[in-house]
Design a protein around this ligand. Structure first.
Ligand SMILES: Nc1ncnc2c1ncn2[C@@H]1O[C@H](COP(=O)(O)OP(=O)(O)OP(=O)(O)O)[C@@H](O)[C@H]1O
Ligand SMILES: [Mg+2]
Length: 186
């Protein structure tokens, strides 16, 4: 069983021709020694999830989760419905790997219309990962100033302590990535 969405299963950093070289080098350097958070922000379709999964694919004890799936799970938990918790995710055997995923990719941060409860849940998750010093990649359409507006300054501050990279605005879904074009897939 894999947590990686099929769309991104083949993602690899050595096949990201659309990204500027300095950005690729920074991602590769973080991937080699993952520590703290890696905040990737940019317009829809700019390749954030692809490159984040490329890094995740190098990790063994890892979890891919979107903001909406995370909140869905938390909602069920609060209302007593059956769900996994972060330590009991179907692909996260906590008895083997402990309560918190060692390596997490939180995809589409701030992508849903967050209620106050949702904001508090996301702030709590980021704080938890921060205080436990667990490597966490966050992809987001907003920059950290906008995260301050959307969530709060405390969350943006924690993310700013890690690495922050903006992706050039280019919707690869519209134009096709260079890798796809080279392979004749678009
Ligand atoms: N190096 C690559 N090789 C092949 N396909 C790629 C590559 N990089 C990106 N893509 C494709 O480009 C599209 C957009 O990439 P991706 O989903 O990572 O964007 P995103 O920045 O996460 O967008 P959003 O903010 O909407 O979630 C996807 O179809 C993805 O599969
Ligand atoms: Mg994405």
């Amino acid at each position: 069983m894999s947590d990686i969405p099929p769309k991104y299963r083949t993602a690899a950093l050595d096949n990201c021709p659309d990204l500027p070289n300095d950005l690729l080098l920074a991602l590769a350097a973080w991937s080699a020694v993952p520590a703290g958070s890696l905040f990737l922000h940019g317009e829809p379709g700019s390749g954030k999830t692809w490159s984040a999964v490329a890094i995740l694919n190098e990790q063994r004890e890892r979890l891919f989760i979107t903001e909406s799936d995370y909140l869905d799970h938390r909602r069920k938990r609060v209302s007593g419905e059956r769900t996994w918790d972060l330590g009991h995710h179907p692909i996260w055997p906590s008895e083997v790997w402990g309560e918190h995923p060692r390596f997490m990719l939180l995809d589409d941060f701030c992508s849903t219309r967050l209620t106050d409860w949702g904001k508090a849940e996301m702030a709590r998750l980021i704080d938890k990962r921060y205080t436990l010093d667990l490597p966490t990649i966050v992809t987001c359409n907003l920059d950290l100033d906008a995260v301050t507006q959307q969530i709060d300054a405390r969350t943006a501050s924690r993310l700013a302590e890690g690495q922050v990279h903006g992706f050039p605005a280019k919707d690869l879904r519209q134009v096709g990535s260079l890798a796809q074009i080279r392979e004749g897939r678009v």
